[in-house]
Design a protein around this ligand. Structure first.
Ligand SMILES: CC(C)(COP(=O)(O)OP(=O)(O)OC[C@H]1O[C@@H](n2cnc3c(N)ncnc32)[C@H](O)[C@@H]1OP(=O)(O)O)[C@@H](O)C(=O)NCCC(=O)NCCS
Length: 169
């Protein structure tokens, strides 16, 4: 079940991000797998702002989550993480659809994210449900700042890009 995150979910979210990112070891991106993860206080800020969603099992255990920012008046997916024990069950996709539905209800017309261009479960995955790469020349100032911050963190050791999905209807 997808619902807004609660304060009591933060610990599970920390665990899920670490477990989910371990998949980057498989493709030689250990620096990403072992890199800095989001501190609990930052996760709590998203939760308190009402921009963190979780997916739970029938017993209420948190299995996956999504964090949303709003930059330059455009909602921006900061993070999607699915625990590897339930990867490939459509949980990532359903969380992204929940964020898209929220954005539409709030009157936004697009949704953005930044991601690794060549990682199979990143840009090619998002492209399958409507995200398109934003040319560097068309980046908003907010997205430019995000990309600069990512480069400073060393993430540009692998190709990255910003993507946008237009929200219709
Ligand atoms: C990306 C992620 C959120 C997807 O969650 P998920 O619930 O497993 O995704 P879904 O079940 O909706 O879809 C799985 C997709 O990933 C692809 N995928 C997953 N693992 C893969 C792998 N090792 N190699 C290739 N493709 C892979 C599958 O092809 C599938 O795509 P399709 O259904 O369109 O064919 C999850 O893999 C994850 O948490 N990854 C680590 C963190 C991350 O990269 N987050 C996104 C950037 S912030």
């Amino acid at each position: 079940m997808i619902r807004l995150a609660k304060d009591g979910d933060i610990e599970s979210m920390v665990t899920i991000e670490r477990a989910a990112d371990a998949i980057f070891h498989d493709i030689g991106m250990s620096a990403v797998a072992d890199g800095d993860h989001m501190p609990a206080d930052d996760l709590r800020n998203y939760q308190r702002a009402g921009r963190a969603w979780v997916d739970t099992d029938d017993l209420g255990h948190v299995l996956a989550y999504l964090l949303l920012d709003v930059f330059d008046g455009v909602p921006h997916i900061e993070q999607v993480s699915v625990h590897p024990s339930c990867a490939g069950q459509g949980k990532g996709r359903m969380l992204i659809e929940a964020a898209a539905n929220w954005a539409k209800q709030e009157g936004f017309s697009s949704l953005t994210l930044t991601t690794f261009t060549e990682v199979p479960w990143n840009a090619p995955y998002y492209a399958r449900f409507g995200f398109e790469v934003i040319p560097v020349s068309q980046l908003s100032s907010g997205l430019k700042q995000i990309r600069e911050h990512e480069a400073a963190m060393g993430l540009d050791a692998w190709p990255r890009s910003a993507m946008r999905r237009t929200l219709i209807g």
